[in-house]
Design a protein around this ligand. Structure first.
Ligand SMILES: NC(=O)C1=CN([C@@H]2O[C@H](COP(=O)(O)OP(=O)(O)OC[C@H]3O[C@@H](n4cnc5c(N)ncnc54)[C@H](O)[C@@H]3O)[C@@H](O)[C@H]2O)C=CC1
Ligand SMILES: O=C1[C@@H](O)[C@H](O)[C@@H](O)[C@H](O)[C@H]1O
Length: 338
């Protein structure tokens, strides 16, 4: 049976998912698209022969739609559609972050728990990237002994004017907040955020960039993460895990490196859609497959809450001038135990 999907939000990431669902994902049919922007609705409904809506709630209510993808921004827009999908009993894939506050994540968890079945998957797509999967296997098997330290960087070429200081954590570092505890298989104990170099060429009044984050896990693994979202160099994601008997690193995303007269070249991607194409494709294919099997397997609302509780502590630390903050989680509902 083919799964009929509707997508709400047709901007940068939504249009990438539209293309993926329509052209590269098996067992699925794009039947409806929605956006507040009429021109985008017309463009994609025409191109992919899908019904068009300017009201995302109407898309969710449509009997033609079996499952929903929420790809709207700002991130605060997510929960109205996620809650509506839960109410309608429809599976819903929600781009990260689930919501940018812990309270709003908790509201979704409460609604899903009340419904009694997992319906929500959060778009932490890095878990589906080949490099990270291999790193996790090596860590899980302790191939090089115990993990001790992680050095990570999250660098974007540039971000829009609407992107502000809190978003460096809630919208960007949220990827590592999820990924690194998944990679290590353990919870965080505490975190701290520093703001180096207050004045730079690209400093804006609403954005402090770069930001330095440190996290410590319950067993004492130490993580340092540089978030630098206006680096004017490229989309540069790095992760090195230092273990007792070796290091495990994410390799450069290119398959080919050029050496020519007295120098070498290695392409740096411009965008996440290029860098993590394999991860997004695997993520969405596995989401479709798990919905078809009526059992979600990907990152849950609970994972969305863990990531945001981590971001909350890091944001608080930054606002208090770099004081270490404990990372505490509420009680985990039984629904999220398997
Ligand atoms: N997993 C990943 O690596 C990435 C995830 N994202 C996430 O995807 C989401 C979308 O981000 P972008 O595509 O970059 O944003 P964008 O600003 O390019 O597009 C957002 C779209 O949502 C529409 N929209 C806003 N409110 C709406 C509403 N109430 N009803 C219907 N449509 C509405 C806007 O008109 C716009 O077309 C964000 O939550 C972002 O955090 C974005 C980039 C990468
Ligand atoms: O999720 C994403 C964006 O929303 C975010 O703004 C970027 O910093 C991330 O690299 C990208 O993966």
């Amino acid at each position: 049976m083919t799964l009929n999907v509707g997508i709400i939000g047709l901007g940068a990431m939504g249009s990438d998912h539209v293309k993926r669902i329509s052209e590269r994902t098996g067992g699925v049919n794009l039947v409806a698209v929605a956006d507040l922007n009429k021109a985008l609705v017309e463009k994609y409904s025409k191109k992919y022969d899908a019904k068009g809506y300017t009201d995302g709630a109407a898309l969710i209510d449509s009997p033609d739609v079996d499952a929903v993808m929420v790809v709207t921004s700002p991130d605060e827009e997510h929960s109205q559609f996620v809650l509506k999908a839960i109410e309608a009993g429809k599976y819903v894939f929600c781009e990260k972050p689930l919501m940018p506050t812990v309270a709003a994540c908790q509201e979704i968890i409460d609604a899903e728990t009340k419904h009694g079945k997992r319906l929500v998957q959060v778009g932490f797509m890095r878990r589906y990237g080949k490099g990270y999967i291999e790193m996790k296997k090596a860590i899980d098997e302790r191939q090089f002994g115990e993990p001790l330290i992680i050095h990570a960087t999250h660098r974007n070429y540039e971000v829009p004017e609407t992107y502000d200081t809190p978003m460096a954590i809630s919208n960007t570092a949220v990827h590592e907040a999820d990924l690194l505890h998944w990679l290590l298989g353990e919870d965080y104990e505490s975190g701290v955020t520093f703001l180096p170099k207050k004045q730079t060429k690209y400093t804006r009044s609403n954005l402090h960039d770069p930001q330095i984050i440190m996290l410590d896990t319950k067993s004492g693994v130490h993580i340092d993460l540089e978030v630098f979202v206006n680096n004017h160099m490229g989309y540069d994601i790095n992760c090195e895990v230092v273990c007792e008997e070796g290091t495990i690193s994410l390799k450069t995303p290119t398959d080919v490196a050029i050496k020519t007269k007295f120098h070498r070249e290695d392409h740096i991607p411009e965008e996440f859609t290029e860098r993590f194409k394999d991860a997004y494709d695997n993520e969405i294919q596995q989401w479709v497959d798990s919905v078809q099997n009526d059992k979600l397997t990907g990152p849950s609302s609970w994972d969305g809450l863990i990531a945001m509780a981590t971001c909350d502590a890091l944001g608080k630390s930054r606002d208090e001038g770099g004081i270490r903050e404990p990372i505490a989680l509420p009680e985990k509902p039984a629904l999220y135990n398997d």
